[in-house]
Ligand binder design. Structure first.
Ligand code: ADP
Ligand code: MG
Length: 526
């Protein structure tokens, strides 16, 4: 067998236009991009999907023959999947299979970049795993055709999302971020940790305004309160803002009665007026409703100056709605009302185009059968029609199986990080074209900070080492757990094992919050 200089192997056996095998003579591993001669002067780009070792000396036949020179018979065969032929910067599938006997070479960066479609974009999100090749996405496509970031907790979803958001802010895109954990306020500050020189990243902070729908005093990170217009609310609007259990038909009727009475008396009424009116009713069930309405009023969401929607989408700026401390049902209702106002205003071109980011999306757009949320409809509408009106969507979730499939299927760019839950993997496989069992294995093993990128703009899924953030990462929950683990003596159980189950069983412990914390986290915290 003649060996061509620089080659890593020789094509053997049967080939077809989509795949070939080659005998390895130099180290290549899974994921390596390689090239082989196509017809004419072009090169076929392929990727090593699997490597197999065999040794004919150890086949059953040979062993019984008593063969001796065992080592020399070892073979390493790589299975390569063809990505395409790059000729003149364009990609097409080869019409004829690679020729057995041809040499295989490590692919050069230029071929990889051109063939995979990595040279088209302008948003730098990281480096192709194993290479020094920048992965650049097209900002327009990403915003207009929506984007999802799906992976288990702690794999780097919020970090990766923020990397993308930074690139969008650098391009003066307006962002509205629904932030359940108060993680995005830190985008104001430059990042201090990261391999900035390798990735060629310059730390910086961004223009971010943090809003709280609750009381300013309760949220130190908030810059401003977020308020809805509390004047002349309709019964339907009020009913949407109070929990389901309390909106029984009797109470709904009460609400309608009170509001129509107010309307006949005055042009302008407040939530307080509605409460007074309900109190005046003779109904026996009124107190429950009064309690709900008072809770809504105490929150302050409907008092004072309403936040103008045009303030929430400003080019080059992120408005963060920090939901810390807000009850889950209420969060979904706030999102429903807020996004409806944004979508309507955008339809009439009253506000800037931009992108809406929904963190922990399973809470706001649960898949049918896994929950209900008032916000589902409007997020679906934005997913389906947003691009017509210049409103993009990014959804982030740790439970792909529990997020509305309608919304996920509208996302043209999918960023998948480590997922191990079988249901979540199944949900991902269903939603992705060309998902193979090899890709599924790869997804299970992705280390933190490494993402698989699937997009119509890119020829096939690629794995990316996400670049360091320019702004500081504000994800706190994982750090608390990490610190807790580090402090625990060796051999003691981590926070997520046995004590949780016992805490759940014991009803009396559940009532005293302290007892529960003690059981979950051990004595040190409680
Ligand atoms: N690309 C990355 N580079 C460096 N650190 C990262 C990267 N991605 C994630 N991390 C680290 O991993 C931790 C978890 O990331 P995070 O985005 O908060 O997880 P998730 O949102 O998936 O729960 C963070 O504390 C962060 O420091
Ligand atoms: Mg997160």
């Amino acid at each position: 067998m003649s060996m061509v200089k620089g080659s890593v192997g020789t094509i053997v056996g049967e080939t077809n236009p989509l795949a070939f095998k080659f005998l390895i003579n130099k180290q290549v591993g899974r994921g390596t991009y390689i090239k082989a001669k196509a017809e004419g002067k072009d090169w076929i780009l392929a990727q090593v999907e699997d490597v197999k070792r065999s040794n004919s000396a150890y086949s059953v036949n040979q062993l019984s023959d008593g063969a001796r020179s065992y080592d020399s018979r070892e073979m390493m065969i790589a299975e390569a999947r063809v990505i395409g032929v790059g000729s003149n910067g364009k990609l097409h599938l080869p019409t004829s299979p690679a020729r057995p006997g041809e040499s295989v070479f490590i692919a050069d960066e230029k071929l990889i970049k051109a063939t995979l479609g990595l040279a088209k974009g302008d948003m730098y999100i990281g480096l192709l795993r194993g290479y020094d090749i920048r992965v650049e996405l097209d900002a327009n496509t990403l915003v207009q055709k929506h984007c999802s970031v799906l992976a288990k907790t702690g794999s780097g979803k919020s970090y990766t999302a923020a990397v993308i958001l930074e690139e969008l802010l650098d391009r003066k895109v307006a962002l509205l971020i629904i932030d359940p954990h108060g993680e995005y306020a830190s985008m104001k500050e430059p990042n201090k940790e990261g391999d900035f020189s390798r990735y060629k990243v310059k730390p910086r902070g961004y223009e971010v305004v943090v809003y709280t729908p609750g009381e300013m005093a309760m949220n130190p990170k908030a810059d401003r309160p977020f308020r809805f217009n509390g004047l002349n609310l309709s019964a339907r609007e009020v009913a949407k803002m109070i929990p389901h259990e309390s909106s029984s038909s009797g109470q709904l009727g009460l609400l309608y009665e009170a509001i129509s009475a107010l309307r006949s008396e005055t042009d302008a009424y407040t939530l307080e007026d509605i409460i007074d009116q309900v109190v005046r009713s003779n109904s026996k069930v009124k107190w429950n409703l009064v309690g709900q309405l008072e809770a809504l009023m105490e929150l302050g969401l409907f008092s004072g100056m309403a936040t103008p929607v045009d303030e929430l989408l400003r080019p080059g700026r992120a408005a963060v709605i920090d939901m810390t401390g807000i009850a889950p049902e209420l969060q979904a209702m706030i999102v429903a009302r807020l996004l409806t106002e944004i979508f309507e205003a955008r339809k009439r071109r009253l506000i800037s185009p931009g992108m809406v980011v929904v963190e922990e999306a399973h809470n706001y757009i649960p898949e049918r059968g896994t929950g209900n949320a008032a916000s589902t409809n409007i997020v679906r509408t934005i997913a389906a029609e947003g691009r017509k009106f210049g409103l993009g969507l990014m959804v982030i979730s740790q439970r792909p199986a529990r997020v509305d499939k309608n919304v996920i299927s509208q996302c043209n760019t999918q960023i998948i990080m480590r997922v191990t839950n079988p249901n979540d993997l199944k949900a991902l496989s269903k939603g992705l074209e060309g998902m193979t069992s090899e890709l599924e294995e790869e997804i299970k093993r992705l280390p933190p900070g490494v993402a698989m990128l699937v997009s119509n703009e890119i020829e096939r899924p690629i794995t990316v080492n996400i670049r360091p953030r320019k702004s500081r990462h504000g994800g706190v929950s994982t750090q608390i757990v990490a610190r807790e683990r580090a402090g625990a003596p060796r051999g003691s159980r981590g926070p997520e094992s046995r004590p949780v189950a016992s805490a759940r069983k014991s009803g009396s412990e559940k009532k005293s919050g302290k007892g529960l914390l003690k059981r979950v986290f051990g004595a040190r915290i409680a």
